[in-house]
Design a protein around this ligand. Structure first.
Ligand SMILES: Cc1ncc(COP(=O)(O)O)c(C=O)c1O
Length: 358
Protein backbone atom coordinates (compact mmCIF):
# COMPACT_ATOMS: atom_id res chain seq x y z
CA UNK A 1 0.00 0.00 0.00
CA UNK A 2 1.10 3.52 -0.65
CA UNK A 3 0.38 5.29 2.62
CA UNK A 4 0.46 8.67 0.88
CA UNK A 5 -2.71 7.73 -0.99
CA UNK A 6 -4.54 7.77 2.37
CA UNK A 7 -3.25 11.22 3.31
CA UNK A 8 -4.73 14.56 2.32
CA UNK A 9 -3.39 15.30 -1.18
CA UNK A 10 -2.50 18.88 -0.23
CA UNK A 11 -0.27 17.62 2.59
CA UNK A 12 1.49 15.23 0.23
CA UNK A 13 1.91 18.00 -2.35
CA UNK A 14 3.08 20.81 -0.09
CA UNK A 15 6.68 21.73 0.40
CA UNK A 16 7.27 21.47 4.16
CA UNK A 17 8.64 24.43 6.13
CA UNK A 18 12.35 24.14 6.61
CA UNK A 19 13.50 25.64 9.89
CA UNK A 20 16.93 27.20 10.43
CA UNK A 21 17.88 24.39 12.80
CA UNK A 22 16.86 21.77 10.23
CA UNK A 23 18.91 23.36 7.48
CA UNK A 24 22.07 23.74 9.51
CA UNK A 25 23.21 21.98 12.68
CA UNK A 26 23.61 24.14 15.80
CA UNK A 27 27.39 24.48 15.48
CA UNK A 28 29.66 27.23 14.08
CA UNK A 29 28.88 30.93 14.15
CA UNK A 30 25.13 30.95 14.07
CA UNK A 31 23.67 33.95 12.32
CA UNK A 32 20.83 32.14 10.57
CA UNK A 33 17.89 32.04 13.01
CA UNK A 34 17.46 35.59 14.36
CA UNK A 35 18.31 34.35 17.84
CA UNK A 36 19.89 36.34 20.64
CA UNK A 37 23.68 35.95 20.68
CA UNK A 38 23.68 35.13 24.38
CA UNK A 39 21.30 33.73 26.99
CA UNK A 40 20.04 35.97 29.79
CA UNK A 41 19.35 33.37 32.45
CA UNK A 42 22.05 30.75 32.97
CA UNK A 43 24.94 31.08 30.48
CA UNK A 44 25.07 27.30 30.12
CA UNK A 45 21.41 26.77 29.30
CA UNK A 46 21.51 27.79 25.60
CA UNK A 47 17.96 29.00 25.91
CA UNK A 48 18.75 31.72 23.39
CA UNK A 49 19.03 29.01 20.71
CA UNK A 50 16.19 27.14 19.04
CA UNK A 51 16.19 23.49 20.11
CA UNK A 52 16.85 20.51 17.89
CA UNK A 53 13.49 19.80 16.16
CA UNK A 54 13.71 16.09 17.11
CA UNK A 55 16.57 15.76 19.63
CA UNK A 56 18.49 12.69 18.52
CA UNK A 57 19.52 11.66 22.03
CA UNK A 58 15.93 11.57 23.26
CA UNK A 59 14.67 9.87 20.09
CA UNK A 60 17.29 7.13 20.62
CA UNK A 61 16.30 6.73 24.27
CA UNK A 62 12.58 6.50 23.51
CA UNK A 63 13.13 4.12 20.60
CA UNK A 64 14.95 1.81 23.04
CA UNK A 65 12.23 2.22 25.67
CA UNK A 66 9.49 1.32 23.20
CA UNK A 67 11.56 -1.31 21.33
CA UNK A 68 11.30 0.26 17.88
CA UNK A 69 13.89 1.59 15.43
CA UNK A 70 14.73 5.28 15.73
CA UNK A 71 13.13 6.19 12.41
CA UNK A 72 9.77 4.98 13.77
CA UNK A 73 9.68 7.74 16.44
CA UNK A 74 8.21 11.23 16.26
CA UNK A 75 8.40 13.26 19.48
CA UNK A 76 5.32 15.33 20.18
CA UNK A 77 3.95 17.63 22.86
CA UNK A 78 2.11 14.81 24.59
CA UNK A 79 -0.03 12.25 22.79
CA UNK A 80 -2.57 15.02 22.37
CA UNK A 81 -0.40 16.52 19.67
CA UNK A 82 0.07 13.13 17.99
CA UNK A 83 -3.70 12.71 17.76
CA UNK A 84 -4.09 16.18 16.29
CA UNK A 85 -1.33 15.65 13.71
CA UNK A 86 -2.85 12.36 12.55
CA UNK A 87 -6.26 13.90 11.99
CA UNK A 88 -4.80 16.91 10.20
CA UNK A 89 -2.74 14.73 7.87
CA UNK A 90 -5.29 12.02 7.04
CA UNK A 91 -8.73 13.67 7.18
CA UNK A 92 -10.02 16.13 4.59
CA UNK A 93 -12.50 18.57 6.12
CA UNK A 94 -16.09 17.67 5.30
CA UNK A 95 -15.10 14.45 3.53
CA UNK A 96 -13.14 11.97 5.62
CA UNK A 97 -13.98 10.50 9.00
CA UNK A 98 -12.44 9.10 12.12
CA UNK A 99 -13.91 6.09 13.90
CA UNK A 100 -13.83 5.94 17.68
CA UNK A 101 -15.57 3.89 20.36
CA UNK A 102 -17.12 6.01 23.11
CA UNK A 103 -16.93 6.25 25.99
CA UNK A 104 -13.29 6.89 25.30
CA UNK A 105 -10.66 9.61 25.45
CA UNK A 106 -12.28 12.87 24.34
CA UNK A 107 -9.44 14.28 22.25
CA UNK A 108 -10.14 12.06 19.21
CA UNK A 109 -13.49 13.81 18.85
CA UNK A 110 -12.04 17.26 19.52
CA UNK A 111 -9.26 16.77 16.95
CA UNK A 112 -11.80 15.60 14.36
CA UNK A 113 -14.16 18.48 15.04
CA UNK A 114 -11.31 20.98 14.86
CA UNK A 115 -10.34 19.60 11.47
CA UNK A 116 -13.97 19.45 10.24
CA UNK A 117 -13.76 15.67 9.84
CA UNK A 118 -16.79 13.40 10.27
CA UNK A 119 -16.99 11.21 13.34
CA UNK A 120 -18.23 7.62 13.24
CA UNK A 121 -19.00 6.48 16.78
CA UNK A 122 -19.32 2.80 17.60
CA UNK A 123 -20.53 3.09 21.17
CA UNK A 124 -19.43 0.45 23.64
CA UNK A 125 -22.08 -1.75 25.20
CA UNK A 126 -22.93 0.03 28.45
CA UNK A 127 -24.87 -2.87 30.02
CA UNK A 128 -21.93 -5.24 29.49
CA UNK A 129 -19.18 -3.33 31.25
CA UNK A 130 -18.69 -1.08 28.21
CA UNK A 131 -17.60 -3.96 26.01
CA UNK A 132 -16.04 -2.99 22.70
CA UNK A 133 -18.32 -4.05 19.82
CA UNK A 134 -15.61 -5.49 17.63
CA UNK A 135 -17.81 -6.75 14.80
CA UNK A 136 -19.58 -3.37 14.57
CA UNK A 137 -16.19 -1.66 14.23
CA UNK A 138 -15.23 -4.04 11.41
CA UNK A 139 -18.60 -3.57 9.69
CA UNK A 140 -18.35 0.20 9.86
CA UNK A 141 -14.87 0.14 8.43
CA UNK A 142 -15.98 -2.12 5.61
CA UNK A 143 -19.05 -0.12 4.69
CA UNK A 144 -17.91 3.47 5.18
CA UNK A 145 -15.15 4.58 2.83
CA UNK A 146 -14.89 7.96 4.57
CA UNK A 147 -13.11 6.36 7.56
CA UNK A 148 -9.39 7.14 7.38
CA UNK A 149 -8.43 6.77 11.03
CA UNK A 150 -9.61 4.18 13.55
CA UNK A 151 -8.80 5.23 17.12
CA UNK A 152 -8.63 2.44 19.67
CA UNK A 153 -7.37 2.83 23.20
CA UNK A 154 -5.73 0.07 25.21
CA UNK A 155 -6.26 0.30 28.13
CA UNK A 156 -9.22 2.53 27.34
CA UNK A 157 -9.94 5.73 29.23
CA UNK A 158 -12.27 5.73 31.19
CA UNK A 159 -13.27 2.05 31.08
CA UNK A 160 -9.77 0.58 31.51
CA UNK A 161 -10.32 -2.42 29.23
CA UNK A 162 -7.84 -3.76 26.70
CA UNK A 163 -8.13 -4.25 22.97
CA UNK A 164 -7.50 -7.94 22.37
CA UNK A 165 -4.58 -9.00 20.19
CA UNK A 166 -6.74 -11.12 17.85
CA UNK A 167 -8.99 -8.11 17.26
CA UNK A 168 -6.01 -5.84 16.56
CA UNK A 169 -4.82 -8.38 13.96
CA UNK A 170 -8.28 -8.60 12.42
CA UNK A 171 -8.65 -4.85 12.31
CA UNK A 172 -5.24 -4.31 10.74
CA UNK A 173 -6.18 -6.79 8.06
CA UNK A 174 -9.56 -5.14 7.43
CA UNK A 175 -7.99 -1.67 7.35
CA UNK A 176 -5.17 -2.61 4.97
CA UNK A 177 -5.13 -0.16 2.03
CA UNK A 178 -8.13 1.66 3.51
CA UNK A 179 -7.32 3.30 6.83
CA UNK A 180 -4.77 3.90 9.56
CA UNK A 181 -5.30 2.06 12.85
CA UNK A 182 -4.20 4.21 15.79
CA UNK A 183 -3.65 2.31 19.01
CA UNK A 184 -3.41 4.74 21.88
CA UNK A 185 -1.35 3.05 24.58
CA UNK A 186 -1.14 5.95 27.02
CA UNK A 187 -1.71 3.53 29.93
CA UNK A 188 0.13 0.51 28.49
CA UNK A 189 2.66 0.28 31.32
CA UNK A 190 -0.10 -0.45 33.83
CA UNK A 191 -1.31 -3.60 32.08
CA UNK A 192 0.40 -6.91 31.40
CA UNK A 193 -0.53 -7.12 27.71
CA UNK A 194 2.49 -6.56 25.46
CA UNK A 195 2.57 -3.32 23.50
CA UNK A 196 1.54 -3.41 19.85
CA UNK A 197 4.78 -1.70 18.84
CA UNK A 198 6.13 -5.10 17.76
CA UNK A 199 3.49 -5.16 14.99
CA UNK A 200 4.53 -1.88 13.37
CA UNK A 201 7.26 -3.41 11.21
CA UNK A 202 4.70 -5.65 9.49
CA UNK A 203 1.91 -3.08 9.27
CA UNK A 204 2.46 0.22 7.55
CA UNK A 205 -1.04 1.33 8.57
CA UNK A 206 -0.46 0.90 12.32
CA UNK A 207 0.33 3.85 14.57
CA UNK A 208 0.99 3.41 18.29
CA UNK A 209 0.84 6.37 20.68
CA UNK A 210 2.91 6.34 23.87
CA UNK A 211 3.48 9.01 26.49
CA UNK A 212 5.61 9.84 29.52
CA UNK A 213 2.55 11.47 31.15
CA UNK A 214 1.24 8.48 33.06
CA UNK A 215 3.57 5.65 34.15
CA UNK A 216 6.60 7.93 33.88
CA UNK A 217 5.05 10.53 36.18
CA UNK A 218 5.79 13.34 33.73
CA UNK A 219 2.49 14.84 32.60
CA UNK A 220 4.05 18.28 33.08
CA UNK A 221 6.76 17.56 30.52
CA UNK A 222 4.37 17.11 27.59
CA UNK A 223 6.43 14.37 26.03
CA UNK A 224 4.63 11.94 23.75
CA UNK A 225 5.75 9.63 20.97
CA UNK A 226 4.05 8.70 17.73
CA UNK A 227 5.42 5.31 16.68
CA UNK A 228 4.92 4.19 13.09
CA UNK A 229 6.80 3.31 9.95
CA UNK A 230 8.88 6.04 8.36
CA UNK A 231 6.28 6.59 5.60
CA UNK A 232 3.70 7.74 8.19
CA UNK A 233 6.21 9.64 10.33
CA UNK A 234 7.47 11.64 7.36
CA UNK A 235 3.91 12.78 6.57
CA UNK A 236 3.42 13.93 10.17
CA UNK A 237 6.75 15.78 10.06
CA UNK A 238 5.28 17.95 7.34
CA UNK A 239 2.71 19.49 9.68
CA UNK A 240 4.29 19.34 13.13
CA UNK A 241 5.43 22.66 14.61
CA UNK A 242 9.11 23.31 13.79
CA UNK A 243 10.34 22.97 17.39
CA UNK A 244 7.95 20.75 19.39
CA UNK A 245 10.46 19.75 22.11
CA UNK A 246 11.68 22.71 24.20
CA UNK A 247 15.30 22.25 25.31
CA UNK A 248 14.47 22.12 29.07
CA UNK A 249 11.91 19.41 28.31
CA UNK A 250 14.49 17.42 26.40
CA UNK A 251 16.96 17.66 29.31
CA UNK A 252 14.38 16.68 31.91
CA UNK A 253 13.08 13.80 29.78
CA UNK A 254 16.63 12.45 29.46
CA UNK A 255 17.02 12.66 33.23
CA UNK A 256 13.68 10.97 33.73
CA UNK A 257 14.74 8.09 31.51
CA UNK A 258 18.25 7.78 32.93
CA UNK A 259 19.55 4.40 34.12
CA UNK A 260 19.30 5.56 37.74
CA UNK A 261 15.55 6.12 37.33
CA UNK A 262 14.60 2.60 36.28
CA UNK A 263 14.33 1.25 39.84
CA UNK A 264 12.43 4.33 40.97
CA UNK A 265 9.96 3.93 38.14
CA UNK A 266 9.47 0.24 38.96
CA UNK A 267 8.86 1.20 42.62
CA UNK A 268 6.30 3.74 41.48
CA UNK A 269 4.49 1.12 39.41
CA UNK A 270 4.45 -1.21 42.41
CA UNK A 271 3.12 1.56 44.63
CA UNK A 272 0.37 2.36 42.13
CA UNK A 273 -0.50 -1.34 41.96
CA UNK A 274 -0.77 -1.53 45.79
CA UNK A 275 -2.78 1.68 45.91
CA UNK A 276 -5.16 0.41 43.27
CA UNK A 277 -5.86 -2.68 45.39
CA UNK A 278 -6.51 -0.33 48.33
CA UNK A 279 -8.88 1.81 46.20
CA UNK A 280 -10.81 -1.29 45.13
CA UNK A 281 -11.11 -2.28 48.81
CA UNK A 282 -12.44 1.19 49.64
CA UNK A 283 -15.15 0.73 47.02
CA UNK A 284 -16.28 -2.67 48.32
CA UNK A 285 -19.61 -3.24 50.10
CA UNK A 286 -21.16 0.18 49.61
CA UNK A 287 -24.79 -0.10 48.49
CA UNK A 288 -24.82 3.19 46.60
CA UNK A 289 -22.08 1.90 44.28
CA UNK A 290 -23.89 -0.06 41.56
CA UNK A 291 -20.88 -1.14 39.55
CA UNK A 292 -17.10 -1.08 39.87
CA UNK A 293 -15.10 -1.33 36.64
CA UNK A 294 -11.50 -1.88 37.80
CA UNK A 295 -9.85 -1.95 34.36
CA UNK A 296 -6.13 -2.30 33.72
CA UNK A 297 -4.95 1.27 34.21
CA UNK A 298 -4.28 3.74 37.02
CA UNK A 299 -7.94 4.60 37.54
CA UNK A 300 -11.23 2.90 38.40
CA UNK A 301 -14.64 3.69 36.95
CA UNK A 302 -17.69 3.35 39.15
CA UNK A 303 -21.41 3.74 38.61
CA UNK A 304 -23.28 5.21 41.56
CA UNK A 305 -26.59 6.67 42.62
CA UNK A 306 -26.68 10.49 42.56
CA UNK A 307 -23.30 10.80 40.83
CA UNK A 308 -23.30 14.56 40.36
CA UNK A 309 -24.21 15.15 44.01
CA UNK A 310 -21.43 12.84 45.16
CA UNK A 311 -19.00 14.63 42.84
CA UNK A 312 -19.88 18.00 44.39
CA UNK A 313 -19.86 16.56 47.90
CA UNK A 314 -16.35 15.17 47.37
CA UNK A 315 -15.24 18.54 45.96
CA UNK A 316 -16.67 20.27 49.03
CA UNK A 317 -14.32 18.03 51.07
CA UNK A 318 -11.45 18.99 48.77
CA UNK A 319 -11.33 15.62 47.00
CA UNK A 320 -11.60 15.99 43.25
CA UNK A 321 -12.76 13.05 41.19
CA UNK A 322 -13.90 12.99 37.59
CA UNK A 323 -17.55 13.10 36.58
CA UNK A 324 -19.03 13.09 33.11
CA UNK A 325 -22.22 15.14 33.41
CA UNK A 326 -22.31 16.02 29.69
CA UNK A 327 -21.77 12.47 28.41
CA UNK A 328 -25.00 10.49 28.02
CA UNK A 329 -23.03 7.21 27.87
CA UNK A 330 -21.48 7.81 31.27
CA UNK A 331 -24.48 8.93 33.29
CA UNK A 332 -23.98 7.91 36.91
CA UNK A 333 -20.29 7.19 36.31
CA UNK A 334 -17.33 8.61 38.19
CA UNK A 335 -13.63 7.98 37.54
CA UNK A 336 -11.17 7.88 40.39
CA UNK A 337 -7.44 8.06 39.70
CA UNK A 338 -5.15 5.88 41.77
CA UNK A 339 -3.59 8.54 43.96
CA UNK A 340 -1.27 8.29 46.93
CA UNK A 341 -2.34 6.15 49.90
CA UNK A 342 -3.18 9.18 52.08
CA UNK A 343 -5.18 10.75 49.24
CA UNK A 344 -7.18 7.56 48.84
CA UNK A 345 -7.74 7.49 52.61
CA UNK A 346 -9.26 10.98 52.28
CA UNK A 347 -11.45 9.68 49.47
CA UNK A 348 -12.54 6.77 51.70
CA UNK A 349 -13.47 9.26 54.44
CA UNK A 350 -15.60 11.18 51.92
CA UNK A 351 -17.45 7.99 50.99
CA UNK A 352 -17.97 7.12 54.67
CA UNK A 353 -19.41 10.56 55.37
CA UNK A 354 -21.57 10.46 52.24
CA UNK A 355 -22.91 7.06 53.25
CA UNK A 356 -23.67 8.08 56.82
CA UNK A 357 -25.57 11.21 55.65
CA UNK A 358 -27.89 9.35 53.33
C1 LIG B 1 -6.10 7.56 26.34
C2 LIG B 1 -5.32 8.81 26.44
N1 LIG B 1 -4.54 9.18 25.42
C3 LIG B 1 -3.80 10.29 25.46
C4 LIG B 1 -3.85 11.12 26.55
C5 LIG B 1 -3.05 12.38 26.53
O1 LIG B 1 -1.78 12.12 26.93
P1 LIG B 1 -0.64 13.22 26.89
O2 LIG B 1 -0.49 13.76 28.26
O3 LIG B 1 0.56 12.46 26.42
O4 LIG B 1 -1.06 14.28 25.90
C6 LIG B 1 -4.65 10.80 27.64
C7 LIG B 1 -4.70 11.68 28.80
O5 LIG B 1 -5.40 11.50 29.74
C8 LIG B 1 -5.40 9.62 27.58
O6 LIG B 1 -6.21 9.26 28.58
Amino acid sequence: MNIESLARPEIVAMKPYSSARKEAPGTGIQLNANESPRPLLDPSDSLNRYPDPQPAELVTRLAALYSVPENYVLLTRGSDEGIDLLVRVFCRAGQDAILHCPPTFGMYRIAAQTQGAHIVSINRQADEGFKLLEQDVLNALQSDARIKLVFLTSPNNPTGDLVSRPFIDQLLEAARDRAIVVLDEAYAEFCSQPSATALIAEHENLVVLRTLSKAWASAGLRCGSVLAQESVISLLRRVIAPYPVPSPVMKLAMRMLGDDMMDRQRDLMREIGDNKRYLLQILENRDFIREVIPGDANFVLIRVDRASELLSFAASRNVIIRGFPADPLLQGCLRISVGAENELASFAAVLDEWESNR
